[in-house]
Design a protein around this ligand. Structure first.
Ligand SMILES: [Zn+2]
Length: 503
């Protein structure tokens, strides 16, 4: 048996001005051929699971590509073509296609990147089983489902079960080959644009839905059930929640999908994040810091800093990593002792490098990436260049532990009230290394400002006294009213409070 195994992952935020050329995938472009195999063999990805399973079957493996890019704007058509062509050409003559996809890829000229690829594979490889593992933030379409045989997805966010999702899909395929299963995939979309913060494993409505999915999976006639939270920061017809069920026949799978979709609809309010005005969030941070408010967390460090979480500008969802709303409001309310996580501003880095370490500079910082519909001017700041660094650090926390990351040339700007890390590249606020690489021990500060919504947790929560979520006006804001949706199919919740489930 000859098995194709490939990975194509991108969560597209169509409102993000951050471009997605081919070089955004991987370190300097996707891994092709043997490099794609090496990148995933032993890795906790769905493709890693596919490789382990197929090797167990004694199959001949074909691994044309592994392409993963952090979330950003629409994928360049040329990049998409290069990745898809490698898969399409390698697919000919294969007996099964095992694909590690995201589900929310939008291309310059194609709204449904995965659906388009799957349709072309189906046409080229008639009768060949197509097995797919998706990210739970995928926006499922009819095209994806009809052009695949078995579809599963992650059940956790942060995503800790990528491998398990791949193994489940591959195992169902194996059972089909051995005549032990007759998998058929059905799905149901819920007209609900969820908020990413509410798709977390610990979020009650999401947890309830995933628990019901797991209970369904224990039935003999159902092989896999996935709750897809979707990714709403995408101007496509339906960036919505959906349910995918693989069952022994269509009627069984559809009935289970419909039942779960109905229960999610009943709990729809639990998938909607309630934003607080930024002014209130900063005031609360101040109150937590001076002990007037116990804050929402326990189990941290009572003497530690308070986290200011700027989830409206999170680069792991397409944020520019350069909006300044939170720091401006913090200064306006008199907060001091703030360690500011990466602000991506290559121009400012250039200025700080030219001035040199120890120099005093006045510069304009942040708010430089044009965001449609938003007018914000850079902050004018005067401070000292406290440190310069190549921006490399090694992850100390559990996520990507031991791996080295690079933020490009990095400077530490010391201003009255804050120590600011300024970088050439966007970077998630997920590790103390983003501060230590410029000699800053953020644990000693009163506040830590991070452009993070989820990945800050393992490292920063334990050392913090508390946290506040700060809704800034970046391209990952939870306020969908900030964005111009032109393609979305109405009615949809929460835009239309009277929307109906429709089936
Ligand atoms: Zn995801």
């Amino acid at each position: 048996m000859k098995v194709l195994i490939a990975r194509m992952n991108h969560e597209t935020n169509t409102f993000s001005p951050v471009p997605t050329p081919l070089s955004s995938f991987g370190n300097h472009g996707p891994d092709f051929g043997a490099d794609a195999y090496r990148a995933n063999k032993g890795a906790p990805t769905a493709m890693g699971a596919f490789i382990d399973l197929a090797e167990g079957w004694g199959a001949e493996l074909v691994t044309p590509v592994s392409a993963m890019a952090n979330p950003s704007g629409r994928v360049d058509a040329g990049a998409y073509d290069a990745i898809c062509q490698s898969i399409l050409e390698a697919a000919s003559g294969c007996d099964a296609l095992l694909l590690d996809l995201h589900g929310a890829m939008v291309v310059t000229d194609i709204d449904d990147g995965e659906g388009e690829l799957l349709e072309q594979l189906r046409q080229r490889c008639l009768g060949v089983p197509i097995v797919v593992s998706l990210d739970l933030h995928g926006n499922v379409t009819e095209k994806m489902i009809v052009n695949a045989d078995i579809v599963t997805g992650f059940k956790t966010y942060p995503h800790l079960d990528m491998y398990e999702s791949g193994r489940l899909a591959g195992s169902i395929f194996q059972a089909r080959r051995e005549g032990r299963a007759t998998p058929v995939t059905a799905w149901r979309r819920v007209p609900l644009m969820s908020h990413t913060l509410k798709s977390a494993t610990a979020s009650p409505a999401m947890k309830g839905a995933v628990d019901r999915a797991k209970a369904l999976e224990r039935r003999d006639d159902i092989y896999a059930v996935t709750v897809m939270a979707g990714f709403a920061l995408s101007d496509i017809p339906a960036p919505c929640v959906s349910v995918i069920v693989v069952g022994k026949d269509h009627a069984t799978a559809q009935e289970a999908a419909d039942g779960l979709a109905r229960s999610i609809w009943q709990q729809r309010e639990g998938f909607i994040y309630q934003s607080a005005p930024l002014r209130d969030s900063i005031a609360r941070a101040k109150a937590i810091s001076n002990g007037a408010d116990p804050g929402p967390t326990s189990g941290g460090t009572p003497s530690g800093p308070v986290l200011l979480l700027d989830h409206g500008d999170n680069c792991m969802s397409g944020g520019t990593c350069d909006t300044m709303d939170v720091l401006q409001e913090a200064f306006a309310q008199g907060l001091r002792g703030i360690a500011v996580g990466p602000i991506c501003d290559p121009e400012a880095v250039e200025t700080l490098y030219a001035a040199g370490r120890g120099a005093t500079v006045t510069l304009s910082l942040g708010n430089k990436r044009a965001i449609p519909g938003r007018t914000a001017t850079p902050m004018s700041l005067t401070g000292r260049v406290a440190a310069l660094s190549n921006g490399e650090y090694t992850m100390s926390g559990p996520i990507y532990h031991g791996m080295t990351f690079c933020m490009g040339r990095t400077a530490r700007l010391s201003v009255d009230g804050a120590e600011i890390v300024v970088t050439e590249q966007t970077q998630e606020g997920w590790d103390l290394g983003i501060f230590t690489c410029v000699g800053l021990d953020a644990r000693r500060s009163d506040f830590i400002l991070l452009k993070s919504r989820m990945y800050y947790q393992p490292v920063f929560l334990p050392l913090a006294r508390g946290y506040v979520e700060c809704d800034s006006g970046g391209v990952t804001s939870s306020d969908y009213g900030l964005f111009t949706y032109t393609k979305i199919k109405r009615p949809v919740y929460p835009f239309d409070r009277d929307a109906e489930l429709g089936f």
